[in-house]
Design a protein around this ligand. Sequence first.
Ligand SMILES: [Zn+2]
Ligand SMILES: [Zn+2]
Length: 95
Amino acid sequence: MTRERLSCKNCSKPPAPGKVRCEECAELHNLTEAKRRAERRAAGLCVVCGAPAALDDDGEPQSLCPADRETYAYRREQRKQRAKRKRTRGKETRA
Ligand SMILES: [Zn+2]
Ligand SMILES: [Zn+2]
């Protein structure tokens, strides 16, 4: 299900197609996000919530905390299921 927005999440301009922000705000958001992620990652924290990141088998911090890893694994699974359903439903819809 997709929600159509009438205006950007950050300003009153129309959002980019299929996005919650206009292109300008999206770009700014991406930059801020990328910086925050890089900082958290460097500090061994979850890039999503800033909690201590999960450790891999070598004891190296990963990019997500255990809770977010679960959330993402779940979402990935959901997406996979959806993709599978779409594929089995039939014909190519992309132009
Ligand atoms: Zn905007
Ligand atoms: Zn987290």
